[in-house]
Design a binder for this molecule. Structure first.
Ligand SMILES: *Cc1c(COP(=O)(O)O)cnc(C)c1O
Ligand SMILES: [Zn+2]
Length: 390
């Protein structure tokens, strides 16, 4: 098994970058870099059924992932999470939940950070830093410590307490910041050079998105290479949405899937919805969202570094961006618990609220195959659960 990684390109100016060196983002236009694989060669040398007998984790897609030498893989067994079918409801027969609550560190951030840390480890990095809304900090801490790296985490002081505890417990250096993720990001950007930190902020290095890409690869394989009609995703920095869209593009180029690609639906909270606002305004970049506040901490991102890529994926997929209120999110969380026995995270609950909205507006049909993303475990949010019960 080997990686078919070929090089990196800037998502805006398409300048080429060497993947054998440590890269961040495009130095001319400050936009994210994307990993490019030699898909012609993959196509001629491999078939899509090679994956089926492999270990049930995201590393089964090794050839389409960026780590060159498998000895550099830092893993806790992340990925290949189940797709769980919901009971028919709302006049819809074919609703599925991709359940990333069942992943190390309790959120899908583990996918991206397992990949980014493994690749950084391969390229000799020894100190990593991250601004985080919470879950990315916990995930980075786990993989960085496992890789023997020193880890510096900046999180809002009102972060879900478990994110602070899990990060501290691994021995990461954790700073609580009086502000939100964008304020944390500024601190990392200012200090990184002097401190010798490698910044693993969303899309400021090219490989977290490759980890999130595996969600798209898994959905394809698990549905026997017949993609769903609609995917609903809770958007913060957007790596998952961009990553899945990238995965579908690669699979299409490989000829491993056929037919229409899914419509990608982004959901945010009305308490922080810069992507929805940009989408509705027909813009290809978002504005900074002031005073962001929502129970869905993971999507409290007032300005995504990859906003143009998110909006582009929505447009290319004939998708939509919608917003739902925190009240609707809490109602969905308890409804899914009571109907399906699933204690999802608030971000995951938002996708269910979004589905209701789409159904009301006639944007989905009875037989559509719909995938909701549960991006983490509700068990990481005891404060939110108490809010519902009391
Ligand atoms: C970070 C996060 C999100 C948003 O993911 P992005 O890749 O930043 O869009 C959604 N849900 C949870 C639970 C998260 O931690
Ligand atoms: Zn560029």
């Amino acid at each position: 098994m080997k990686s078919y990684l070929s090089h990196l390109i800037c998502s805006k100016c398409h300048e080429k970058f060497d993947h054998r060196e440590l890269q961040t983002f495009c130095t001319s236009c400050n936009k994210p870099l994307l990993a490019i694989y030699d898909l012609e060669k993959v196509k001629s040398e491999l078939a899509r059924d090679i994956f089926s007998g492999r270990e049930p984790n995201l590393w089964r897609y090794r050839e389409l992932l960026p780590v060159l030498d498998e000895r550099h893989i830092i893993t806790l067994g992340e990925g290949f999470t189940p797709l769980i079918k919901l009971q028919p409801q709302m006049g819809l027969d074919n609703i599925w939940v991709k359940d990333d609550s069942q992943i190390p560190t309790g959120s899908f951030k583990a996918r991206g950070l397992a990949m980014a840390v493994s690749k950084a480890h391969e390229l000799g990095v020894s100190k990593v830093a991250i601004p985080t809304a919470g879950n990315a900090g916990g995930a980075l801490a786990a993989y960085a410590i496992r890789a023997g790296m020193e880890c510096f985490i900046f999180m809002p002081k009102d972060v879900p307490n478990i994110n602070y505890l899990e990060s501290k417990l691994t021995g990461a250096h954790v700073t609580l910041v009086d502000g939100i993720i964008s304020d944390c990001g500024k601190i990392v950007a200012e200090k990184k050079e002097e401190m010798g930190w490698f910044d693993v902020s969303t899309l400021k290095e090219p490989y977290r998105i490759e980890g999130k890409k595996t969600m798209g690869l898994e959905i394809a394989e698990q549905f026997d290479w017949q993609l769903p009609d609609v995917i609903i995703y809770p958007t913060g920095g957007g790596t998952g949405l961009i990553g899945m869209w990238k995965a579908f593009g690669e699979l299409k180029e490989l000829g491993w899937i056929s037919g229409d690609l899914p419509r990608m639906i982004s959901v945010q909270s009305t308490g922080c919805d810069p992507i929805t606002q940009a989408f509705e305004g027909g813009k290809m970049e978002s504005e900074f969202f002031e005073n962001a506040e929502t129970v869905a901490a993971g999507i409290r991102v007032p300005k995504a570094f990859g906003d143009a890529l998110i909006l582009q994926a929505l447009k290319e997929s004939c998708g939509l961006a919608v917003s739902v209120s925190d009240e609707e999110i809490l109602a969905s969380l308890s409804e899914l618990a009571q109907k399906e026995g699933m204690v999802v995270c608030p971000e995951g609950a938002a996708t269910y609220s979004a589905l209701k909205l789409l159904k009301e507006k006639g944007d989905v049909n009875r037989s559509d195959k719909i995938v909701l993303f549960n991006t983490g475990s509700g068990l990481k949010y005891p404060e939110v659960l108490s809010q519902i019960i009391n």
